[in-house]
Design a protein. Structure first.
Length: 214
């Protein structure tokens, strides 16, 4: 697999709390140069990045990040603002508490509403696999599919563990034909990148891919 084949699947990511404007623009410059799939940045940087780069970069941002337990109305407002500011892709975190309480109807409803608010923008649903049982992961594959999301995503990178190859294989078995997979969290070597893509990940969320491959 060539470097460019890998870059074309990378969401070049900077989501740390202390991310500066200089760091964000460096990330975007790298994304333009290496032709990554997108940049994944904090919501507060979406508008200024779009103002500076326009459509030279595909902007992805996060909603309800990183814990997911914001009230739905707050996530809805975040989504609308992100799209208005120039985000082309939205990575939302589900409410894990709803999963643990068996309220899958609430999870479904939240995803479906956010997808409607996204319109033609891409919606990726972060399920945070490190907190889930295998049964919950399988159930969420069905919910993400039924709610109309474009991707199921493993992790925020802020949980107790990141992506696992076994979860990519599990997702591949249980998601619908129109749903893709994004792996994120703890993917730090070229071997990791190739392994996750080989297992079925359509996108990789990573902060170090450019450093690794360049």
């Amino acid at each position: 697999m060539t470097n460019q084949e890998i870059f074309s699947r990378i969401d070049h990511t900077l989501l740390k709390a202390a991310a500066s404007w200089q760091e964000v623009t460096t990330l975007c410059d790298e994304a333009v140069f290496y032709k990554t799939a997108a940049v994944c940045i904090p919501p507060s940087y979406v508008k200024p990045v779009y103002a500076q780069y326009g459509k030279d970069v595909v902007i992805c941002t996060v909603i309800g990040f990183p814990l997911g337990y914001s009230i739905p109305a707050a996530k809805f407002v975040e989504t609308v603002q992100a799209v208005e500011d120039g985000a082309a892709e939205i990575d939302m975190v589900i409410n894990i508490g709803d999963v643990k309480n068996g309220r899958f109807d609430l999870v479904h409803g939240e995803i479906k509403t956010i997808k409607a608010l996204c319109g033609d923008k891409i919606l990726k649903v972060i399920v945070e696999t490190c907190y889930l049982s295998e049964e919950e992961k399988i159930r969420l594959c069905g919910i993400v599919t039924e709610a109309g999301a474009d991707f199921i995503k493993t992790s925020t990178g802020f949980g107790t563990a990141g992506a696992a190859l076994a979860d990519i294989r599990l997702f591949r078995q249980h998601i619908g034909p129109n749903v893709k997979i994004k792996a994120a969290g703890g993917i730090k070597t070229r071997e990791d990148l190739e392994a996750f893509i080989g297992a079925g990940a359509d996108r990789i969320g990573a902060s170090s891919a450019v450093k690794l491959l360049a």
